[in-house]
Design a protein around this ligand. Structure first.
Ligand code: NAP
Length: 311
């Protein structure tokens, strides 16, 4: 057991976590970031980020993550690379158990983000990395001049289809309805891209393979027909789910598992804050994640001041 009590424990080293770390250390708080793998979270898997201000040519997610981490460390934030196994959030001192030991903090900022949603069809798990993937910008290069499926109809699927159209011979977008959920700006671009075709009102019922993916069984939900579409790769782009399993039953969540917190980032537990993609919010972007981190520091300061007054 580590006897030190940090002012702030931050769970997750993505943009929200390191923004919170930067602001909290600059406010003079002893701050530790607990991160499972490496800085950046999902952002680190993004090849090109063009909608984060300040980078006129855009920047890749991995580099931006490193910059955010170093920026926070410049003011004294510490990082421990260790998976969080359990938490105890009630009371004035919270504990976080990791593979490296137990850490204590007066406040906890949850910045664990969200992970890709799975389709849950036969073949999906078996083919992970052998034809099925969740990150077109990471793995698209493996399918140069090949045929790929993109499953989904939101902004991620639309962006993925456009990215892949520049690399692959053919992109087939499979969507369960007959219109996209994606913002209008994408619609014309997709329709005007010659090597993108659409499979509307359709779902993938199974991925087909011998040693690697060969195609997918497609079910048309209007006609009820099943058909086989041949493909070398398939990208599942149906949204993300919050990485909130650790906190189930101890903190208020919405039905989808996002931690309920308004713009203040305060949760229903005193001294516990939720920032970035794991929080209930309208728009999950890097820029909104870093904004949450800054806001959380303000309410951490308010909470810790209240604690000191009470002592
Ligand atoms: P999303 O907006 O929730 O869209 C998910 C899509 O997947 C929907 O079209 C949905 O179909 C479909 N879907 C969900 N579950 C499915 C299932 N089991 N089987 C088949 N299809 C399924 O998720 P997202 O596209 O990942 O976007 C997430 C957030 O990031 C959004 O706020 C988005 O605006 C933002 N984002 C923005 C950009 C950008 O360019 N600005 C890029 C990427 C993401 P239905 O439409 O039928 O529900």
């Amino acid at each position: 057991m580590n006897e030190k009590i940090y002012d702030v424990l931050i769970i997750g080293g993505g943009p929200a976590g390191y923004s919170a770390a930067l602001y909290c250390t600059r406010a003079g708080f002893d701050t530790l970031v607990l991160e499972k793998l490496s800085a950046g979270g999902q952002m680190a898997l993004t090849m090109q980020i063009d909608n984060y201000p300040g980078f006129e040519d855009g920047i890749d997610g991995f580099s931006l993550a490193e910059k955010m981490k170093k920026g926070a460390e410049r003011f004294g934030a510490q990082t421990r690379l260790s998976e969080v196994l359990s938490v105890s959030l009630d009371g004035p001192v919270k504990t976080v158990e990791t593979a490296e030991g137990i850490f204590k903090g007066r406040t906890v900022i949850i910045a664990a983000g969200a992970v890709p949603r799975e389709l849950g069809v036969p073949g999906e798990k078996e083919l992970l990395g052998k034809g099925v993937g969740y990150c077109a910008t990471c793995d698209g290069m493996f399918y140069r001049d090949k045929t790929v499926l993109v499953i989904g109809g939101g902004n991620t699927a639309a962006a993925d289809a456009l990215t892949l159209s520049r690399i692959c011979k053919k992109v087939i977008l499979v969507h369960r309805r007959e219109e996209l959920r994606a913002t209008k700006i994408y619609h014309r671009q997709l329709e005007e891209t010659e090597n993108i075709s659409f499979c509307w009102n359709s779902t993938v019922s199974e991925f087909l393979y011998d040693k690697k993916l060969t195609g997918a069984k497609i079910h048309n939900i209007i006609s009820g027909d099943d058909s086989v579409v041949e493909a070398d790769g398939a990208f599942i782009s149906i949204g993300r789910k919050p990485a909130s399993e650790l906190f189930h039953g101890m903190i208020e969540m919405d039905p989808a598992g996002y931690i309920v917190a308004d713009e203040s980032t305060r949760t229903n537990i005193p001294g516990v804050f939720a920032v970035g993609d794991i929080r209930t919010k309208a728009m999950r972007q890097v820029v909104t994640a870093v904004s949450d981190g800054a806001t959380a520091s303000h309410y951490v300061e308010e909470y810790l001041a209240g604690m000191n007054d009470a002592e």
